[in-house]
Design a protein around this ligand. Structure first.
Ligand code: NAD
Length: 514
């Protein structure tokens, strides 16, 4: 399959109260492809008044609309149709995401399938939301806890997996009966904006979901502090997550956070090293390393370290960096200038602090292998954008910034350990706690290390697999709450106790005056 760079950009509308909408002030903003340096999208620039209009629509749809009261089976039909429509839009959506984010097109197509699968799974949960009943409180009492939708949910998402991340939130909130206002990242809003019309086609009533495009300030901030919003579900950096918590105090709304990670990949000498090798290289190169789950730290047992590190380097060397529209590319372009500088800054810090650079370490330019993007372009203005080669440091010490901080680029930091206890200690030496991989054939080691690591997901003898059934989220400063799995729908509910008295009630007056 050959995909060409279009000769013109896509234009988008917001989706407010069941209709396509421009920003009230008429302003727009645009996006350049990070791989091709040409404009690929133009979007309405939401101000605080657009956010207010979207929230008002969602409030009405929740307070007086039908959606929260529909049978689960009816809500499920809408989610299932949405999944079908996402699949039908797969090629166009993948192109949009590749153009906006620089991710490889083949991977983008897979992400559309994974996104649709989340809508399918959430549809099943629509029919399984339930509370508890207590028949043990005495002859005259029946007690229930019932789950009700929490209300209007604001959703703020990052740029690295645009449709996938909104699909980890939106169908689950809808399954619970909530109404929602969504703000995707200003860098990659295209597919999320397109979702509005798909939801309407699937039968979602007007106002239940509104989608606005704009920057963190003012749009994201207004959403976070809005007094008519009951919950914010945020995915992004730990720094902005903390700002969202600050804004949420205006009305003490619930906050669910999916934040950053510095995830260790721990390889013991007895592991299937061939399988571990593949997973280590995949873990750091996937999505250019711009991935919360990136396996950006390799902890390798000292007895096999030299040989295993050499093999990691030989394999990482072969990972194709290039035009993300090329089906063979596995490392595409870096999202923007800030992230590009941040990655290069961490590489410099690794060199400065005494880690040993074993592979890569450079931005690609014309002299050292800059990918030629012109051959796949219908656009005369195309020029190669920002690319960083796969980079490996060994002799990294646990206190170095490249060992502890999220780089969000294709940069692997390698540390060594002797014992399982030491591996756990190094693994936990970070503010994060999102995920970790453990490679061993010894069941005691596998479970001891899994229990010792403070992270929300542990992969044993695999890495970065995921299923809608399995919950996802972070310990420590990687987040608050969980997405996916059967508990995810409960995040979007309030618990209410209903207590029933059977038969005559003993009067307070009679009791007090006995
Ligand atoms: P970011 O925090 O810069 O932005 C995320 C979103 O917040 C964007 O939509 C942005 O416009 C918005 N925003 C910015 N300022 C805001 C404010 N003051 N108030 C409200 N919203 C505001 O993150 P990013 O650069 O888009 O994404 C990368 C980060 O996301 C990384 O740290 C990564 O680890 C994290 N991430 C986490 C997960 C997860 O599931 N744990 C998944 C993907 C990405």
């Amino acid at each position: 399959m050959t995909t060409l760079l279009p000769n013109t950009h896509f234009t988008y509308s917001m989706w407010i109260d069941g209709q396509a909408a421009s920003a009230k002030n008429g302003q727009t903003f645009s996006r350049e492809s990070p791989a091709h340096g040409v404009k690929v999208g133009e979007y309405p620039l939401a101000g605080a008044d657009d956010v207010d209009a979207a929230v008002a629509a969602a409030r009405r749809a929740f307070d007086i609309g039908s959606w929260p009261h529909l049978p689960g089976a009816e809500r499920a039909k809408v989610l299932l149709r949405t999944a079908e429509l996402i699949r039908a839009s797969k090629d166009e959506f993948a192109l949009i995401e590749t153009l906006e984010s620089g991710k490889p097109i083949k991977q983008a197509r897979d992400e559309m399938e994974w996104s649709a699968a989340l809508w399918d799974y959430a549809a099943a949960l629509c029919r399984h939301l339930h509370g508890d009943s207590y028949n043990t409180l005495g002859a005259q009492v029946l007690g229930f806890t019932i789950r009700e939708p929490i209300g209007v949910v604001g959703m703020i998402t990052p740029w690295n997996f645009p449709l996938l991340i909104i699909s980890q939130k939106l169908p689950f909130a809808l399954a619970a009966g909530c109404t929602c206002v969504v703000k995707p990242s200003e860098l990659t809003p295209g597919t999320t904006l397109r979702l509005g019309a798909l939801l309407a086609e699937a039968g979602l009533p007007a106002g239940v979901v509104s989608i606005i495009s704009g920057y963190g300030e003012p749009a994201g901030a207004r959403l976070s502090e809005h007094p008519d919003i009951d919950m914010i579900s945020f995915t992004g950096s730990t720094e902005i997550g903390k700002a969202v918590v600050g804004s949420s105090k205006s009305n003490l709304k619930k906050v669910e956070l999916e934040l950053g990670g510095k995830n260790p990949h721990i390889v013991f000498a007895d592991a299937d090293l061939e399988a571990a090798l593949d997973a280590v290289v995949f873990g750091v190169c996937f999505n250019m390393g711009e991935c919360c789950n990136s396996g950006s730290r390799l902890l390798v047992q000292r007895s096999i370290a030299d040989d295993f590190i050499n093999r990691v380097i030989e394999t990482a060397k072969k990972v194709p960096v290039g035009d993300p529209l090329d089906e063979q590319t596995k490392i595409g372009a870096i999202i923007d200038g800030n992230q590009f500088e941040k990655i290069l800054g961490y590489i410099e810090s690794g060199n400065r602090n005494g880690a040993r650079l074993r592979l890569g370490g450079k931005a690609l330019n014309r002299e050292n292998g800059l990918p030629d993007v012109a051959s796949r372009s219908l656009n005369d203005g195309a020029k190669s954008g920002r690319f960083v080669e796969a980079t490996v440091f060994d002799k990294v010490q646990p206190e170095m910034p490249i060992a502890k901080e999220e780089i969000f680029g294709p940069v692997l930091s390698i540390l060594t350990f002797d014992t399982a206890e030491e591996a756990i200690r190094i693994a936990n030496n970070t503010i994060y706690g999102l995920s970790a991989g453990v490679w061993t054939r010894d069941i005691d080691t596998a479970f001891t290390v899994s229990r010792g690591i403070r992270a929300g997901t542990i992969w044993i003898n695999t890495f970065m697999d995921g299923y809608p059934e399995l919950c996802f989220g972070g310990f420590n400063q990687s987040g608050l709450g969980r997405e996916l799995g059967r508990f995810s729908i409960e995040e979007f509910t309030e618990l209410k106790t209903v207590q029933v008295h059977l038969g005559p009630r003993t009067s307070w007056w009679a009791k007090e005056t006995k």
